[in-house]
Design a protein around this ligand. Structure first.
Ligand code: GLN
Length: 472
């Protein structure tokens, strides 16, 4: 598969290729692809912007680090004036009046946004199949899922349409598609990147992060989008290091924890072998393996789905047919309009989650479900803290298998939820996670997941780069 890197794009620009040409090639590649990465392309604006940058370059103006480089953005991240649907009919045609902070930061570095990528409706899914605007396919095998929910962003990078794309990760939505599509995916620490302009699914878990074809590009994008934002009071008031300076620090003496619970039952033996080979690359480069235990991992799926659905039921109450775009046609009363709009325009999975989320928050059930899930969340957070007393980072699978066939788990929500087993505890604990490709299994990509203590993304980047280097 063709890959496009930030370095490669810059080289082409410095050798005289125009940004207009770079952007129009990206648009052509997006249009001719049959894998469905995009819900919307912003052709005329992106080409206009490319021409402006070409002129600025010619005039010798000083330009940002991403000047003239095409990028893609997940369809749940607001982009001013550009259709933003969350993969849902209820937001079809919605054009946000403002852009997300992360988008503004990339644009002010000169990046040119070519379009919005396909996703599971409101981020609820692991396959991108519930995108209302078309099927998304895995470039390594188009009969299989690219993973989700940020499937379109992963595909746009895997196909070499753009060098980098933004996704969001609530329970694995950056890391799972990165693993299934063979690209790098980075879920930052909760609070590292502003969520302003990210349409909320589960606010205590959602984080924006990059997809890239290599660790260096992911580190560079993180450095640009990270940092405090007055518009998001959960964004951390912490200095942002230059994450690229961690790239070549190597892993000599770095302690890599192997959490037993992630490497046992259910893990496909061939996937396990590929992942172990990845860990071996780290130890060959000087890292030390330390066995650790995270005993409450087995409760993570249940706790996550209670908390995520509870938050979703509240966040999605704003889509009622009054504001935004979607509204049913022939309502008989206001109440009828609310309920018909929501029944007609939300997909099945979204409705299921709103119902279950409302249920677990209702009086009489709140303590039995929601409050209990919050206690498990705290337990999981503490177990990670304890594990990090013995190691600097953790290495784990991203998923127990490679990408499965489209449709395979669509009718079985529980099987779908269980496929998130390796990614969701990280969100419950608010930690950063990085997925780096290792050797494929049967022609399908596999990614090793590295997990670090909060705000230690530099450790991930350091180890991720060492892993990548050893594989080159
Ligand atoms: N698959 C998980 C869910 O459906 C995670 C999705 C995400 O990270 N947005 O909730």
């Amino acid at each position: 598969m063709p890959t496009l890197t930030l370095h490669g794009a810059r080289e082409r620009l410095s050798q005289g290729e125009s940004s207009e040409s770079l952007v129009s090639k990206a648009l052509d590649a997006a249009k001719s692809s049959t894998n469905g990465a995009f819900n919307t392309l912003d052709e005329s604006r992106s080409l206009d912007r490319a021409r402006e940058l070409d002129k600025a370059r010619k005039d010798g103006k000083s330009l940002g680090p991403l000047a003239g480089i095409p990028i893609a953005i997940k369809d749940n991240i607001c982009t001013e004036g550009l259709r933003t649907t969350c993969g849902s009919k209820i937001l079809d045609g919605f054009k946000p009046p403002y852009s997300a902070t992360a988008v503004l930061r990339l644009e002010s570095a000169g990046a040119i946004l070519i379009g919005k990528t396909a996703m599971d409706e409101f981020g609820m899914g692991s396959t991108s199949e519930s995108n209302a605007f078309g099927v998304v396919r895995n470039p390594a095998d188009p009969t299989r899922t690219p993973g989700g929910s940020s499937g379109g962003s992963a595909v746009s990078v895997a196909e070499g349409i753009v060098p980098v794309a933004l996704g969001s990760d609530t329970g694995g939505s950056i890391r799972l598609p990165a693993s299934f599509c063979g690209v790098v995916g980075l879920k930052p620490t909760y609070g590292r990147v502003s969520r302003y302009g990210l349409i909320a699914y589960a606010s205590s878990l959602d984080q924006i992060g990059p997809f890239a074809s290599n660790v260096s590009d992911a580190a560079e994008i993180l450095s640009l989008i990270a940092g405090a934002d007055d518009r998001d009071n959960t964004s951390a008031r912490l200095d942002v290091p230059d994450f690229t300076s961690a790239l070549d620090q190597g892993v000599v003496g770095l302690r890599v924890g192997i959490p037993a619970e992630y490497w046992g039952e259910g893990l496909d033996p061939q996937v396990k072998a590929a992942l172990e080979d990845g860990v071996r690359r780290l130890t060959d480069a000087g890292a030390i393996v330390v066995p650790v235990s995270l005993p409450s991992t087995k409760y993570a799926v249940s706790a996550y789905y209670i908390i995520a659905m509870a938050e979703a039921s509240s966040n999605l109450s704003r889509f009622d047919g009054v504001r935004y775009t979607g509204r049913t046609k022939d309502a008989k009363s206001l109440l009828d309009m609310y309920s018909r709009t929501r029944s007609e325009l939300f997909g099945q999975e979204v409705q299921r989650r709103i119902l279950l989320g409302t249920f677990v928050l209702s009086s009489g059930y709140y303590d039995a479900y929601y409050a209990k899930a919050q206690r498990i969340r705290e337990l999981i957070r503490r177990e990670f803290q304890d594990a990090f007393r013995h190691c600097d980072l953790l290495a784990a699978p991203t998923a127990p298998t490679t990408a499965w066939k489209l449709g395979e788990k669509l009718e079985d929500p529980l099987a779908m939820y269980l496929s998130d087993i390796d990614t969701i505890a990280v969100n419950l604990a608010g930690l950063p996670g990085l997925v780096v490709p290792v050797s494929p299994v049967g022609g399908l990509p596999v990614g090793l997941q590295l997990i670090a203590p909060a705000f230690q993304e530099s450790t991930l980047i350091r180890a991720g780069r060492a892993l990548e280097k050893a594989g080159d």
